[in-house]
Design a protein around this ligand. Structure first.
Ligand code: AMP
Length: 366
């Protein structure tokens, strides 16, 4: 989606991806198929490019630093180094005074046992590295056995985090340029299932003070990190209107996919503008919308029948061209534009629930 947008804006594109059948391949002018730590491929990528950016967090920062000796890499590798590692991310948030859930760093069963005494309620053990979409997470009930949980987790480092009884999950995508100017899209309202984003609703149904608090936090975090490009900030809204920051993503974000249809400028274009030194595009909403992720589970009985979905008024189907559908794998998404967020949700559910039934999946919760 980033490459398609860049092409429309007149750029040519070089891609480095370990997978030969990667979605950006067919639109790339140069496709390098190599692991993310292949120094020869990294050098070729740099030499072919004017600007390098990334849209995946689990890239070794050493690779980005190598490229950065040859060409500008934006956001700076130091930003990814913080955001790709929960322990560094949470430590950054806490030490900078941004509100986030209480956590403890865990490196052994003994650490876990003592941290569990401080978190007597439900809590979550989250792997420090390689965690996104709920991966590398273990929900622990009160009285959990530290030794058992630590060996089940089977990871070298983790954080233990309090369970947050949020009323809503939201995200803010803020773009920041090299001069320090920033511009945020209005907040998105998200619902996750099994740790993976299930749907995003736009605009988020928030009171003005909560929306303003979320926007201000995102801008301050982007400023503190020195991001040039987009920063996605995932947050929890509490019953008393307070906000806690859950996660940071220095890249285009799944919750921003609906900006393609619902905003003047898409998140993809805004990212390209920010890293290429162009002025920001307008972030004004055009219409309410809902976005539904299409996971590989929907392919359980073969390719879903898209005809009814394609007939949905206001619906826009995006398929990423991934050749293998695995459970949990993001294969595409459906955006539905409507006159209200509620109508967009209703139409999306009506279109997707028959496909879910065919794949033996339960209907989407209201
Ligand atoms: P993460 O990968 O950390 O963003 O977690 C994925 C999802 O799990 C989040 O979007 C929430 O729905 C849920 N989650 C993560 N951490 C917590 C927490 N501390 N309390 C409650 N729910 C959480």
């Amino acid at each position: 989606m980033l490459a398609l947008t860049a092409r429309r804006m007149g750029y040519r594109i070089a891609i480095l991806d370990p997978e030969l059948a990667c979605p950006a391949g067919p639109v790339a002018d140069l496709l390098l198929t190599a692991p993310f730590d292949d120094s020869k491929a990294l050098r070729r990528l740099a030499e072919a490019s004017d600007i390098i950016t990334y849209e995946f967090e689990n890239i070794p920062t050493e690779s980005l630093r190598l490229i950065a000796t040859l060409r500008p890499v934006l956001p700076d590798p130091s930003v990814l180094q913080i955001c790709q590692h929960r322990e560094r991310e949470k430590t950054f948030l806490q030490s900078s005074g941004f509100p986030c859930p209480k956590f403890e760093v865990i490196t052994s069963a003994a650490d876990l046992a003592s941290a569990l005494r401080e978190f007597p309620d439900q809590c979550r053990l989250k792997s420090s590295a390689f965690g996104y979409d709920g991966k590398g997470q273990l929900a622990l009930e009160p009285g959990a056995d530290a030794g058992k949980a630590w060996s089940q987790a089977n990871i070298p480092r983790a954080i233990l985090e309090e369970h947050v009884p949020f009323v809503r999950e939201i995200s803010v995508l803020v773009a920041r340029d090299a001069q320090g100017r920033s511009l945020a899209f209005p907040p998105f309202e998200n619902r996750h299932h099994g740790g993976v984003l299930e749907r995003t609703v736009f605009p988020a149904r928030l009171s003005d003070p909560v929306a303003n608090q979320a926007l201000a936090l995102a801008r301050q975090i982007a400023e503190k990190l020195g991001v040039v490009g987009l920063l996605g900030v995932e947050m929890f809204e509490l019953a008393d209107g307070r906000i806690l920051v859950n996660e940071l993503a220095p890249r285009v974000h799944n919750s921003g996919h609906l900006t393609v249809e619902a905003c003047h400028t898409s998140q993809f274009e805004q990212q390209i503008r920010a890293v290429c030194g162009l002025p920001f595009g307008l972030v004004t909403p055009l219409c309410p919308a809902a976005m539904f992720n299409l996971l590989g589970d929907l392919w359980d009985k073969g390719e879903p029948d898209w005809l009814p979905v394609l007939g949905l008024p206001g619906g826009v189907l995006h398929l990423y061209g991934k050749t293998q559908a695995r459970p949990g794998r993001k294969m595409g998404h459906l955006t539905v534009r409507a006159s209200t967020p509620e109508e967009a949700i209703r139409l999306g559910h009506a279109a997707l629930n028959p496909l879910r039934l065919r794949a033996s999946l339960p209907p989407l919760a209201p």
